[in-house]
Design a protein around this ligand. Structure first.
Ligand code: AMP
Length: 568
């Protein structure tokens, strides 16, 4: 960090800092004047005692007395001289030990710290940055997005309106810039004309709308990706100028509902890329239980590939000798045709009729209930607030931490519970509790923060999805260089252009899974989507690959095989 020029610039710019530095200089001058005066008085008092001392010796005596060193090599013998020595000593203590250091800390040091802080949390974008993503809110979605951007080596700037808020973030290593979100000046200083995108993720729709409008006035073309809390807000944000709007509540609730295995088909499609469908299918009540993946012959019989198997929230890549149990959930890849063949071979038994229990009747809980209803699955919502507006017949009022309330909702024979409160602590507590009373239950949980994912899994959740990851992936996908679908929290399917280091190489020679942990699902080129690529065929230089990987594996893939281009 080049602090000296910033310090000088701060002093030059700020009247307060200039005044401080001037005050410090005045005190130093005063100190020199006092030393000179004392040296003269010393000289004459010594003459009165019959001793001559040179000017250098006089200054030396004053300094040794003022700094309380007092070697005792030059001493007064008369009372006048001794009283003078006491005065010099007290003045020294006052000036050198109290006034000078305190003034230094208050003036020069404070300006220095201010300059250093400004260097860390500047009011304009650092030089040499372009193609950056401007992030306009400090919230869990933004932090998840930053992690993703860093993995992919994108530059970003996090706008923070208050300096006090920016500084701790800068200390944690975030690239922050201080500026008011509703001032066009801020975006000019963030170099919006050379940025690649703006992410508008504040939890208040009104703030997002104002931010989008401010940006649009300046940059008519830049993609603005916003997050809306409701369908109406989504329309308003589009009117305000947002290019893409994600209604997070809807997406999250659909994701949670999709995890409930009770639909009409055994294979539930959870992600799709053009012609490629990724689906999950339970194994229970089929003749697949007890077989190894190789013995299922699913590829020859239905055309689907088994990418892996879920068991209690843990995903294992599909090795030929992986054995399937009644609680296994297959992750399949194939075309619509292939999945239909699979569904015909392994039809879903009639829906059990036992309602799914949803805990929390907030927006996510209600939307999840609606998504289940749409899929023909019955549900009950436990909500502790008796005032909450919930449909009769689906509502159970009470605190879900009480066994009697859980029993009223039918926890005794339910097959699935979805925990949807916005408080991760409560979600972890409830998951632990539910797992202890019903070890066989399918528990699906929402989490607010990525950091609580591991605890929710450890508490016994089978599937977890967080707001922040979902929002971050949606925004990240709008950067176009990669396309990400989430299979579950922490496990993504993503599409990338074939990296130069892989172009023309055969999969069989690369050892992709052993090197990076990533599973290659499909290759796409001009001829279309190749779902089961031949490992002995070279990868096309201009094609795309679709991979399945955890966030860490994805990062290690990008490190081993960097992409050709950065976004413009
Ligand atoms: P939201 O704030 O939209 O995520 O909604 C969460 C909902 O869950 C609120 O309506 C809370 O009243 C409800 N809630 C939180 N904890 C419990 C609990 N222990 N039992 C039942 N409902 C709860």
């Amino acid at each position: 960090m080049n602090i000296v020029p910033t310090f000088l610039a701060t002093v030059r710019r700020s009247r307060h800092s200039r005044r401080n530095v001037r005050l410090m200089l005045q005190i130093v001058l005063l100190m020199f004047a006092v030393i000179a005066l004392f040296a003269v008085i010393f000289h004459y008092l010594m003459l009165a005692e019959g001793h001559f001392h040179s000017p250098a010796a006089s200054i030396y005596w004053v300094l040794e007395t003022m700094t309380t060193l007092g070697y005792g090599d030059i001493v007064f013998t008369g009372d006048a001289g001794r009283l003078f020595a006491a005065l010099v000593l007290l003045t020294g203590i006052l000036l050198i030990f109290i006034i000078v250091p305190f003034t230094f800390i208050e003036t020069v040091y404070a300006s220095w710290v201010a300059a250093r802080n400004e260097e860390m949390a500047p009011r304009r974008l650092a030089r040499g940055i372009s193609g950056h993503v401007i992030i306009t809110s400090v919230d869990p979605v933004s932090f998840a997005l930053i992690r993703k951007l860093e993995h992919y080596a994108y530059t970003y700037v996090l706008l923070v309106s208050k300096f006090d808020q920016a500084l701790p973030l800068a200390n944690q290593g975030y690239n922050v810039m201080v500026g008011e979100l509703d001032k066009p000046e801020t975006y000019k200083k963030a170099q919006i004309e050379i940025a690649s995108m703006v992410a508008v993720t504040c939890q208040r729709d009104s703030i997002n709308a104002n931010v989008a409008m401010t940006i649009r006035r300046l940059a008519p073309e830049i993609p603005i990706v916003a997050i809306a809390q409701s369908a109406t807000a989504s329309q308003i944000l589009k009117l305000a100028g947002a290019t893409h709007v994600l209604q997070l509540t809807d997406s999250l609730s659909q994701f949670l509902a999709r995890r409930v295995y009770g639909g009409k088909q055994r294979a539930n499609v959870v992600a799709s890329f053009d012609g490629l469908q990724i689906a999950e299918a339970t194994v229970r009540d089929t003749k697949l239980v007890g077989l190894t993946i190789e013995a299922t012959r699913l590829r020859t019989e239905a055309g689907v590939s088994v990418l892996g198997v879920w068991h209690r929230g843990e995903f294992t890549p599909g090795n030929p000798d992986t054995e399937l149990t009644a609680r296994s959930v297959l992750v399949l890849a194939g075309s619509t045709d292939h999945l239909q063949r699979f569904n015909a071979l392994y039809p879903q038994p009639p829906v059990s009729g036992k309602p799914v229990v949803i805990i929390g009747g907030g927006r996510i809980g209600v939307a999840t209930g609606q998504a289940l209803e749409h899929a023909g699955i019955d549900y009950r919502i436990i909500e502790r607030d008796p005032e909450a507006c919930l449909a009769d017949g689906h509502r159970v009022v009470g605190d879900a931490t009480r066994l009697s309330v859980l029993m009223d909702a039918g926890i005794g024979d339910a097959s699935t519970v979805i925990v949807t409160t916005h408080d991760d602590d409560i979600n972890i507590y409830l998951t632990l509790y539910l797992r202890s009373i019903r070890p066989d239950l399918l528990i699906i949980s929402r989490s607010m923060h990525e950091r609580n994912l591991a605890n929710l899994h450890r508490a016994g959740a089978d599937f977890v999805m967080s707001h922040s990851t979902m929002g971050a992936n949606y925004i990240f996908n709008r950067l176009k260089r990669s396309n990400i679908e989430m299979l579950a929290e922490g496990l993504d399917i993503f599409r990338l252009p074939v990296p130069p280091k892989l172009a023309g190489r055969k999969l069989a020679d690369v050892g992709l899974r052993s090197r990076t942990g990533c599973i290659l699902i499909a290759v796409q080129d001009e001829s279309g989507m190749n779902i089961n690529p031949d490992p002995h065929e070279p990868l096309p230089a201009s094609g795309e690959i679709i991979l399945l990987a955890t966030v860490e594996q994805e990062a290690s893939f990008l490190k081993a095989y960097p992409l050709a281009s950065k976004p413009k």
